[in-house]
Design a protein around this ligand. Structure first.
Ligand SMILES: NC(=O)c1ccc[n+]([C@@H]2O[C@H](COP(=O)([O-])OP(=O)(O)OC[C@H]3O[C@@H](n4cnc5c(N)ncnc54)[C@H](OP(=O)(O)O)[C@@H]3O)[C@@H](O)[C@H]2O)c1
Length: 308
């Protein structure tokens, strides 16, 4: 388990030696852990990277980008791409634009999610909104952007995708389509919905890697981090109180970003899902994942993200 100073030293040593201008996309980089990871990336590349922040909040993105070291290398730049990822057509529009103008993508970091207790809320595309934001959009981004990641890989550069979510956290076996159905999930309660969120992420990543063994595929569990998502988890408590307690007890987004960047840079080895915990320590593959459950979930996922 690396200490924070070891993670910092490692991140600095790797990113100070990158021979070309890396391209990194942070979907969910407008807040919290995604923001902390993007900021650490900008710091250690000294701004000499093409960094793209994606989310809805333009003001936050512009503030974050303004804090980055100014780029001096040719091709380095920092930009915001606005997208409400709850709709797959919005994600498709962004990925089509990126495919048309980027030469490659080295790092794809995905950390979008939100919490509410409203139950099943179908989007106009018919997908449950929480699943669309936290799960389906990540797969739409990843699958659409594979050609750019492949481009990086084929020229001997880093090609990595990082899902920040719940690596190795307790999940459930997927045994039937009922286990996947969002309406049935909400009927079983929010605890079940949350567990299935964790199950979906770890299980689908296994299916993805089986089809794309060339890509370095990473899943992390950030632990408790002082971000706007924590007050969303406890809406019945005043958000100032939750925020104060999380500021006291949880890790800062800056430190978490440092560890997430460490996991991103440290992860080596294609053909398997590489899982890391809150301080970049390796995490075991969960034992509830079955081949049958993996196939069932992947089929459902590919159909869902194909909505037009
Ligand atoms: N914080 C923790 O304690 C903790 C613990 C365990 C796991 N996690 C996981 O870590 C990940 C990151 O969480 P966080 O704490 O960094 O949360 P956060 O600070 O609330 O950030 C969430 C990000 O998701 C984006 N987002 C939400 N809805 C969106 C939408 N419709 N369209 C586009 N972007 C959207 C937000 O951007 P905009 O507002 O700009 O749209 C924001 O950048 C999540 O998957 C979370 O489940 C967090």
């Amino acid at each position: 388990m690396p200490s924070l100073s070891e993670a910092r030293a490692y991140n600095a040593s790797v990113l100070s030696k990158v021979p070309t201008v890396p391209v990194a996309l942070f979907v969910g980089g407008t807040s919290g852990i995604g923001q902390g990871t993007a900021e650490a990336f900008a710091r250690y590349t000294n701004g000499n990277a093409h960094i793209i922040i994606c989310g809805r909040n333009r003001e936050a993105a512009e503030r974050i980008i303004a804090s980055f070291p100014k780029p001096t290398a040719a091709g380095a730049k920092h930009e915001f791409v606005q997208c409400d990822v709850s709709l797959m057509r919005n994600v498709r529009a962004v990925t089509a634009d990126l495919i048309s103008r980027l030469p490659k993508l080295n790092y794809l970091v995905l950390s979008t999610a939100f919490v509410d207790y409203k139950g099943y809320q179908p989007t106009e595309e018919g997908l449950d909104k929480k699943r669309a934001v936290a799960y389906f959009s990540r797969w739409r981004f990843t699958l659409d952007l594979l050609p750019l990641l492949r481009q990086a890989q084929d020229t001997g550069e880093a090609a990595k995708v990082l899902f920040v979510y719940g690596a190795g956290q307790p999940g459930r076996k997927i045994e039937s389509d009922d286990d996947i159905d969002p309406v049935k999930a909400y009927k079983r309660g929010m605890g079940y919905v949350r567990t299935m969120g964790l199950t979906f992420m770890d299980t689908s990543l296994e299916a993805f890697v089986a089809e794309n063994p060339w890509l370095t595929t990473i899943h992390t569990w950030p632990g408790a981090v002082h971000t706007p998502i924590l007050p969303q988890i406890f809406p019945w408590l005043p958000s100032t109180i939750v925020s104060f307690i999380s500021w006291l007890l949880a890790r800062s987004p800056k430190d978490s970003g440092e560890f997430m960047l460490y996991a991103l840079l440290k992860a080596e080895g294609a053909g398997q899902v590489l899982r890391f915990g809150e301080t970049g320590e390796p995490v075991q593959r969960p034992d509830y994942i079955t081949t049958e459950g993996q196939e069932r979930l992947w089929k459902y996922t590919l159909e869902a993200i194909s909505v037009r």
